[in-house]
Design a protein. Structure first.
Length: 314
């Protein structure tokens, strides 16, 4: 598969790299890391990264602004995006050929070529593996900035190597990336800094989340609460793991009111939650998934589903 992707890359002079909406470090790290590799290896090609920016992550890299006609005759590569609906910048359809590179279950098989590895901790890890293959067989190059982006993506999706998706391979790759010249302290400072407002909201979440037997935690953040703490829905969503270490907790859900919908973030230490997310038109990983709902009744149903899922794993 890596060889076929490289053949396609060689065929095109223009390559536009996309990733999912509401980008996280792995979306930006895999997208930007791949762009760095391709720019360094093929300086004569035009390589672009597109999509909306997330203000808290602009320290990683910035997006290109391109006109629609750049897509004519272009190869489009989409990183870290399980389903078409979540691709940031819908112009990806204007390209000549689409490659999907992802580590989520391949339920929405979009694109002309697909490389999915659900064993990979992150797409950044896949891109580094892709680079190693390219280096050994096609003289691929990786810049310090590219290594920084891939490292940041791996750190993001493994929760600083805390989650079980961090395998021996993940650690090995991270170790190799660490040998490149970038300021790791600066990266961590940027990744994990919180505003005073968010720190205060964290306190609110810790004291107001509900626990229901046999192991479900949940909180519903209303517009009013976020206004009181002066935080946005996307910032507030970052607190999803804030009570994850509470004894007895098996699965938890974070509901965040957005202007016209309720964002649902599901997390688990055992019960499968992506099947529950799928019931509400969502999806994701077995232990980390999400959905969007519109009524309080649906949020109550999700809590009930989680209780049932916990009972089943007892
Ligand atoms: P999040 O809670 O936004 O970090 O999402 C966790 C995982 O669930 C992500 O990796 C996404 O693949 C998936 N996910 C989140 N929201 C949705 C959604 N509305 N539809 C499908 N998948 C989603």
């Amino acid at each position: 598969m890596k060889e076929q992707i490289i053949e396609k890359i060689k065929d095109f002079d223009k390559i536009i790299i996309h990733r999912h909406v509401r980008p996280d470090p792995d979306a930006l790290g895999s997208q930007g890391g791949l762009a760095e590799i391709l720019k360094a290896t093929f300086p004569q090609k035009s390589i672009y990264v597109v999509g909306e920016e997330e203000p808290s992550l602009t320290f990683m890299n910035r997006m290109d602004t391109i006109e629609d006609d750049v897509y004519k005759g272009a190869l489009v590569i989409i990183c870290d995006t399980a389903n078409e609906a979540r691709i940031s910048d819908t112009r990806y359809t204007l390209g000549d050929y689409i490659i999907k590179i992802d580590h989520h279950p391949n339920e929405d098989k979009y694109g002309d070529m697909i490389w999915v590895d659900t064993e990979a901790s992150s797409v950044s890890e896949m891109i580094y593996e892709f680079y190693l293959y390219g280096r050994d067989n096609h003289s691929f190059k990786l810049t310090d900035k590219g290594a920084e982006l891939l490292y940041t993506g791996i750190v993001g999706d493994t929760g600083r190597f805390l989650f079980p998706n961090a395998t021996e391979k993940t650690m090995k790759f991270a170790g190799e990336l660490r040998n490149y010249d970038f300021d790791l302290s600066a990266v961590y400072n940027e990744m994990y800094k919180v505003s005073l407002s968010l720190a205060r909201l964290n306190g609110y979440v810790l004291s107001h989340f509900q626990y229901v037997d046999p192991g479900v935690g949940y909180i519903y953040l209303t517009k009013e609460v976020m206004e009181e703490f002066n935080t946005t829905p996307s910032e507030s969503s970052l607190l999803v793991n804030t009570f994850s270490n509470v004894e007895g907790l098996k699965t938890w859900v974070f509901f965040v009111e957005e202007p016209d919908q309720i964002r649902v973030r599901l997390r688990s230490k055992g019960p499968i939650v992506n099947t529950i997310a799928a019931k509400y038109n969502g999806g994701g990983h077995p232990m980390a998934s999400g959905a969007t709902v519109h009524t309080i009744k649906e949020t109550e149903q999700i809590i009930q589903d989680l209780i049932e899922a916990c009972k089943e794993t007892n």
